[in-house]
Ligand binder design. Structure first.
Ligand code: HEC
Ligand code: HEC
Length: 409
């Protein structure tokens, strides 16, 4: 019995177009491939490609046309059919897969492999005219965008990067007391695993794929849904827009909602990383409640020169009584790393030196981060050193320490 799979492969090659059962490639296709296409299981490609790639796009109800188009794409090696690129796509396996997907992959490799090997021996299939490659073009940009590894890196850049704001209460390595008080559902972060966290958020329905903007992950953080943790960042501010964008895009991909890459929205090219450094500014000048204000933090070199590149940003709204403003600071990806794929080593990005703080009242919180970084500032102050992470160690300064920039000149 153990010899059987080998025997079938060998006999198909030896007896030309007919397999051991005397089947033509089309018959093999009907028996082995069509059931895979009709199955309710997702194809193996979906282990990594959430949209833009699907077996059904390449394998239609017409085996001869399908074989011709696979050949036109360069995905069939007629000399060594078992080494065909198409079979290599199917054989790809993510680091973490499920038993179900392993089974799907195995059935596809066997069934489609048998059909490809038989077709590569079949003069009729080999002599068919190939379609023009330009008529087969895939939407590369959509394919790339909807790949799981790409989605995951956007999740890390846009959402996971801000979880320092949530971890004290929602990460099981830190939230013992919170869990005692409020229950197990408090833990929805999986420490050190963005992949599992995204999966958990989805399972727990904290991400709403149908109406992404109504996701509890976002509405709780904004305090729009009553939240035991209060308001974590301002509505329509940079973090909120990043979360909204990630969730909307993710929902669209999961619902197979994009028909072309033209529908993919623009993403902010600047990555940020939330620190546990809390900054509070008291004794504010008269400002309306809820006014959106950002504070930009710039390094001062040992020679006393202010680095023009913004090191960190804090965004928040003026408190109810109008007297204070506070938030945790986000590190900004250095310009020379932008638009590269390398990940940023944020851990070493916290030099202890003097800093200049720039106070900017922003009327339109929806302005892009790039623009915010270029806005003129009127008030500034300096601090002597970095401070410690955590709410209780928040750096609190009085607004009276800020000086008007024009007065300093
Ligand atoms: C284990 C994850 C994984 C699986 C499963 C997977 N792919 Fe991919 N695929 C990738 C990655 C990563 C890239 C981009 C990098 C590369 O080209 O290797 C890619 C690129 C592609 C490309 C474009 C580049 C090229 O080589 O032409 C096509 C087409 C493609 N995959 C088709 C498929 C098909 C069809 C399936 C299912 C039969 C599939 N993939 C299954 C990860 C996967
Ligand atoms: C100081 C503690 C604290 C912090 C920090 C905090 N939360 Fe919460 N959060 C709570 C408490 C308490 C609850 C349970 C009561 C409730 O649902 O509001 C909760 C509940 C939630 C829930 C609902 C969980 C469920 O399954 O019912 C979500 C989602 C959530 N928080 C999101 C966030 C996000 C996102 C952040 C960070 C941006 C955050 N929280 C930061 C205290 C906190």
């Amino acid at each position: 019995m153990r010899m059987l799979p080998l025997l079938i492969g060998w006999s198909a090659a030896t007896f030309g177009c007919h397999s051991l059962h005397g089947e033509s490639p089309s018959e093999i296709y009907q028996r082995r491939v069509v059931p895979l296409l009709q199955s309710s299981n997702a194809s193996s490609c979906s282990d990594c490609h959430l949209q833009g790639v699907n077996l059904q796009e390449f394998l239609t109800s017409d085996p001869k046309a399908s074989f011709a188009s696979l050949r036109a794409r360069g995905w069939i090696d007629t000399e060594h059919p078992s080494e065909s690129k198409f079979l290599q796509f199917i054989a790809k396996k993510p680091e973490r897969s499920t038993d179900l997907m392993d089974q799907v992959r195995k059935s596809e490799l066997e069934g489609i492999g048998e059909w490809i090997r038989a077709s590569a021996q079949d003069p009729e299939s080999l002599n068919a005219t190939l379609p023009e490659l330009k008529d087969l073009k895939l939407d590369d940009k959509l394919m790339r965008h909807a790949r799981k590894d790409q989605i995951l890196s956007r999740f890390i850049d846009m959402v996971w990067s801000q979880f320092e704001r949530c971890a004290n209460c929602h990460s099981p390595d830190r939230n013992l007391k919170q869990v005692e008080k409020h229950g197990e559902q408090m833990s929805w972060i999986v420490p050190n695993s963005p992949t599992k966290t995204l999966q958990l958020l989805e399972e727990r329905k904290l991400i709403n794929l149908e109406t992404p903007m109504a996701s509890l992950l976002k509405t709780k953080a904004l305090g729009k849904d009553e939240h035991g943790g209060g308001i974590k960042f301002p509505e329509d501010g940079h973090t909120d827009r990043e979360w909204g964008l990630f969730l909307t895009d993710y929902g669209a991909i999961k619902r197979a909602g994009y028909s072309t890459s033209k529908e993919i929205p623009q993403f902010d090219p600047i990555r940020t990383w939330r620190t546990g450094l809390h900054l509070r500014i008291k004794e504010l000048p008269a400002l309306p409640e809820g006014q959106y204000v950002v504070v930009l933090m710039h390094r001062i070199t040992s020679e006393g020169k202010v680095d023009e590149e913004t090191f960190a940003i804090g965004e928040g709204r003026v408190s109810k009584d109008g007297a204070s403003w506070g938030t945790s600071m986000k590190l900004i990806e250095p310009a020379h790393l932008r638009r590269t794929h390398s990940s940023v080593d944020w851990s070493s990005a916290l030099p202890d030196c003097r800093y200049q703080l720039r106070w900017i009242v922003v009327d339109d919180s929806k302005v892009s981060l790039e623009k915010v970084l270029g806005l003129p500032y009127t008030m500034q102050t300096e601090i002597d050193s970095l401070w410690k992470s955590g709410h209780s160690a928040a750096k609190t300064i009085s607004f009276s320490t800020f000086k008007s920039v024009s007065a300093l000149k």
